[in-house]
Design a protein around this ligand. Structure first.
Ligand SMILES: [Zn+2]
Length: 143
């Protein structure tokens, strides 16, 4: 059973920043995911995902946001979220929160095992520790 917690107002602000960055930069076939990470300093870094024609070299929004924060010298992560932006052919008028993919779960936990992730869970938005989403994480087998 996943250990989840209710969102706080600052978490809704984080979601809003992820929505803002992808709404501003959405481009079909290039960018449709926005992510935002809040560091322990309280600063938010938002970024879009970078899609490639060869799908497996696409870089996720979470990785871009983490890289942006680290590049600014701010690398103590508190909470991260990613949202998907609808495509024009979809009859949807708002972004929605998506769970991090498996690779991002590895990445987020590599850069801070105490980082929280905002996810949709049983019909509502909640947050949980990244390690809840990555049992028996790669590289921890010697501990
Ligand atoms: Zn990912």
């Amino acid at each position: 059973m996943l250990q989840v917690r209710a969102l706080e107002s600052k978490d809704y602000k984080l979601i809003k920043e992820a929505e803002k960055v992808i709404t501003k930069n959405y481009k079909y076939g290039r960018h449709h995911i926005g992510a935002a990470v809040r560091t322990k300093s309280g600063t938010i870094y938002a970024a879009v995902h970078v899609e490639a024609n060869v799908g497996r070299i696409t870089v996720c929004g979470e990785a871009m946001a983490i890289g942006k924060a680290i590049s600014e010298g701010d690398s103590e992560f508190e909470t991260i979220v990613a949202v998907a932006h609808p495509h024009p052919h979809e009859d949807i008028d708002q972004c929605w929160v998506v769970t991090p993919c498996g690779m991002c779960r590895e990445l987020i936990s590599d850069y801070g095992e105490d980082t929280d992730v905002i996810i949709p869970y049983k019909g509502e938005l909640v947050k949980c520790n990244i390690m809840e989403l990555l049992p028996e994480k790669y590289g921890n087998e010697r501990e």
